[in-house]
Design a protein around this ligand. Structure first.
Ligand code: SPD
Length: 272
C-alpha cells in the first residue's frame, strides 16, 4: 500500500505495509517501508528509521553543546525515545521525559526501538502528562529543555503557545523546539516566532529531513539571555564528551544558522 501525507495539493508518498494501528488520544500507525519502520501520528510522518537521526541529532546536540555542563534535561514529547537517546550521549544526571500519549511510548518500544534502551535508562524518568500542565506546575529548573512534539494542530497545539514559552523561559537555561517547515508550513513557523518572544535571545537553524514536508526543517533555540558561541568551543565539547553522530557535526552546527534570504526575511519580522 501507499501511505500519502497530503498538504493542500502536495503530497509525499511512501510505499509500505502497515504493521500497527491504534486509535486513542491520537491515531498511531507504524509502517514497514524501504526507509525502515516509519511512525505516523494523526496522518503525519514523525520519522523513518532511515532519517530519524538527521532530526534527533540536530534537535538535541545543538542546544546540549551550547551548554557548558548540561546535567538536568527536560524533554516534552519525544515518546519514541530518539531525543532521549541523543541527550544521554552527554554527561547528564537526569532526564524528565513528559509525554502526553502513553501509546506512543508503548508502540515505539515494541515495534521500532529507536530509543536503543534510553526509555529504560535509570537516568530517564517518564512522566505521562500534558507538557503544558507539567511546566505550569513545575518547581524545578533545567539546563536544557527540548520540545519534540508532533505538528501543532491537535494535542501539540499548546506547545507553541505564549504561556508555554513564557514558563519554559523561566525554568530552562537553554530551550529548543522543532519549528516546522518554513516553506510548507509558514503559518506554524510564524506562530512559533510570534509566540516565543518571552525569550530574549532566539535563533532559527535548519536541517534536511527527507520525510518531512518539503525536506526543509527548522528548529528554534532560545534563552532568556544572550548565548554566544564559537566553533572552537563547540568542537572541544563535542570531542571531550565523545559524542558519536552520523549527521551532526560542529561545522554543520555553525552552518545551519545561515538561512536562505527568504527565511531570514520571515524571521526578521519577529526577531531583530
Ligand atoms: N511533520 C512532522 C513533524 C514531527 C516532529 N516531531 C517528530 C517526533 C520525532 N521524535
Amino acid at each position: 500500500m501507499w501511505f500519502v501525507e497530503k498538504y493542500d495539493g502536495i503530497g509525499l508518498m511512501i510505499e509500505g505495509e502497515k504493521i500497527f494501528e491504534k486509535d486513542g488520544l491520537q491515531k498511531i500507525e507504524i509502517f514497514s517501508t524501504k526507509l525502515g519502520k516509519m511512525l505516523v501520528i494523526d496522518g503525519k510522518i514523525q520519522f523513518s528509521e532511515a532519517d530519524e537521526k538527521f532530526y534527533h541529532e540536530m534537535l538535541v546536540h545543538v542546544p546540549m553543546l551550547l551548554h557548558p555542563e548540561p546535567k538536568k534535561v527536560l524533554i516534552v514529547g519525544g515518546g519514541d525515545g530518539g531525543a532521549a537517546r541523543e541527550a544521554l550521549k552527554h554527561e547528564v544526571e537526569s532526564i524528565k521525559l513528559v509525554e502526553i500519549d502513553e501509546n506512543v511510548i508503548e508502540a515505539c518500544k515494541k515495534y521500532i526501538g529507536i530509543d536503543e534502551g534510553a526509555l529504560n535508562d535509570e537516568r530517564v524518568e517518564i512522566i505521562i502528562e500534558d507538557g503544558i500542565e507539567f511546566v505550569k506546575n513545575c518547581k524545578e529548573k533545567f539546563d536544557v529543555i527540548i520540545v519534540d512534539g508532533s505538528d501543532p494542530d491537535a494535542v501539540s497545539k499548546p506547545l507553541i503557545s505564549r504561556d508555554f514559552y513564557s514558563r519554559c523561559s523561566e525554568i530552562g537555561e537553554i530551550f529548543v523546539t522543532q519549528s516546522q517547515s518554513p516553506f510548507m508550513q509558514q503559518e506554524y513557523f510564524e506562530a512559533i516566532l510570534k509566540n516565543s518572544s518571552p525569550f530574549s535571545w532566539r535563533r532559527i537553524y535548519l536541517s534536511f529531513m527527507p520525510t518531512y514536508p518539503s525536506g526543509m526543517w527548522s528548529f528554534m533555540v532560545a534563552s532568556r539571555h544572550k548565548i554566544s558561541f564559537r566553533i572552537e568551543e563547540i568542537e572541544k565539547r563535542y570531542e571531550e564528551r565523545g559524542i558519536q553522530t552520523i549527521h551532526y557535526t560542529p561545522r554543520l552546527h555553525l552552518a545551519s544558522f545561515t538561512l536562505p534570504k527568504w527565511v531570514e526575511e520571515i524571521v526578521k519580522k519577529y526577531i531583530e
